[in-house]
Design a protein. Sequence first.
Length: 128
Amino acid sequence: MDLVNIIDPRQRAPEHWRAGVETRMVASAVNGAAQLCIFEQWVAPGTGAPTHSHPVEEVLTVREGEAEMWIDEDRAVLTAGQSLIVPALRQHGFRNSGTAPLHIHAVLAAPVFEAMMEGAAEMTRRWV
């Protein structure tokens, strides 16, 4: 069997998304994914992802560090190895609540990253 689409995310430089947040796409429509968008983020203490929603389900996994995560009004602190399933269209976000860098692994059930930031007039799109 020939492996057609081997991905090595280390060959992609992380993108600066906002102050204190570096993001590296692993799989998306850009490199052949048809139904998933997978990316990693490295987040400085006190920073994170502001409240937003996606049109699809998302799974956030803490690889290293500690994250305060929320869905609507519910909040929890997750540590390395723990994941949060975020239903489609729900307002959610996270911040690094620890003192060390936070490493997050995210999987969206669509090949393109789309997010509607709280209070925004239009959708943010990446890796189209």
